[in-house]
Ligand binder design. Sequence first.
Ligand code: FAD
Ligand code: FES
Length: 508
Amino acid sequence: MTSLWKTDVAPPVATPFEPGRRHDVIVVGAGLTGLATALELVRGGMDVAVVERGGIGELASGSNTGKISLLQGTTLSALRRHHPASLVRAYVEANRDGFEWTTRAADELGVPTTVRTAVTHAESAAGVRAVTDEYRAAREAGLDVRLATADELAAGPVRMATAVVLDQQRAIDPMSLLTALAGAFVAAGGRLHLSTAVRRVRVLPRPRIETEHGSLFATDIVLATGTPFTDRGLYFAKTSAARSVCVSFDLVGDVPDDMYLSADDPTRSVRTVTAADGAGAASDRAPQLIVGGAGHPVGRASSERELAEELVAWARDTLPVGTETHRWSAQDYTSHNLVPFIGVMPRTLGRVRFATGYAKWGLTNAPAAALRIASELHGERRRDRPSWMTVIGTRLTVPADLARGAAENAKAGTEAARGWAGALGRSTPVARPAEGTGTVAGKHGRPVGVSTVDGETRAVSAICPHLGGVLEWNDLECTWDCPLHASRFTPAGERIEGPASTGLRRLR
Ligand SMILES: Cc1cc2nc3c(=O)[nH]c(=O)nc-3n(C[C@H](O)[C@H](O)[C@H](O)COP(=O)(O)OP(=O)(O)OC[C@H]3O[C@@H](n4cnc5c(N)ncnc54)[C@H](O)[C@@H]3O)c2cc1C
Ligand code: FES
């Protein structure tokens, strides 16, 4: 389950951890949000440390499809349905600044990108309406989109009745970018600590993070962890998380180099990878094709493996693909009001900032968040900042957002009840699970998760340490996933991601 981008990555330069050290800012997480923020801060003269649980690009940032685009599926029309035109325009402006940041950083650091046309297409009647709405919303927000010509529709890799397109977008190998950003950060004097999970963030008496190697202190802390793992602000209940699957194949025919995303259900993403924009992974095996799809709420699919197989079958039926080279999956968060959350975490005396909710468009939203956070920490005056920073920073909650949030939290409640009833309906001891499978059963009224991976059978508490959801086995990735708010754990119970701050209790 390693992404195409991670197969040929130069080892990052990390710095020794010195417990007790004090910094101006500690950034938790070495995805694009964390590294872009850290680089902005260190280049502005601050003393900055980045602390990352795994490696560079451990989660979504190293596992996306590498489309740097202002045309983002049907994002703008969805936003426009719930917000005034001024907010949609501010969202586009934020992403435009993010686009420029990412592409400028890539150019400056020698990371190759290719110029591509982004395409949102549809075949069904509902999809055609969605594409038309997107075209209108994008034009209204100032984007120079156009409708595809008949020739472009005919040349597409899938059947398309209509499509909205935006020229001059970019494709990139995201891991090459992240590795270069990390190198630039360390070269500028930043300290980078990998394989160091932050267990707790405290504000009093002095802001600090606690890790297994000791504590670090700072004036300010930035949580760039996908979703914040502290419950201050209850952002786990204001966002939902969706996982998607990506598969790369050797390309054995002709597919235009445009970046495709369908407005039809199920959503399908298609892009080619050439040596020119896949510097790390693809240089020795170009060209390749990545397909993405199988989107589902975390922990709520009956079988992630089956979803992935459906995606592969679709690719084989539809596209000129040969040998499958990589299969992976990742998750991202969407706020109930569809606007990313960027700013100060409540109840932290203004000392902790965070960013989340990019809805699978982080290559532009993450650097925009970084620009805003860095601007605040550098003390720039409000009136000197781009106006989108103020507009996006204003929390708008309209009845539709409340309804969406209530519906999502009701689903979480249903999952909670279903999980407990299902687990307690089966009792331990259970038969040793087959290789790659896991099962939840009740023991003394408590759900227990038993799995076998790489020949080792392990038992862990199947109660999520966040708020008590009963975990589900992810048969694609061999992980325990929480259907309530998307925390994930290894078979041995270690936390991988999500709002839970600790791992699972291991049982004998
Ligand atoms: C399948 C998929 C395809 C996508 N494709 C695109 C695309 O084509 N274009 C686009 O613009 N966007 C895309 N995205 C979205 C984009 O990848 C994300 O929005 C973006 O990477 C989020 O970046 P981040 O740095 O905020 O979070 P992450 O990349 O999730 O980084 C968070 C980091 O924090 C670390 N961390 C978490 N908890 C701790 C802790 N306690 N201690 C220390 N470290 C911790 C994690 O290990 C991780 O490295 C896609 C997303 C998915 C899921
Ligand atoms: S992530 Fe909230 S209960 Fe599991």
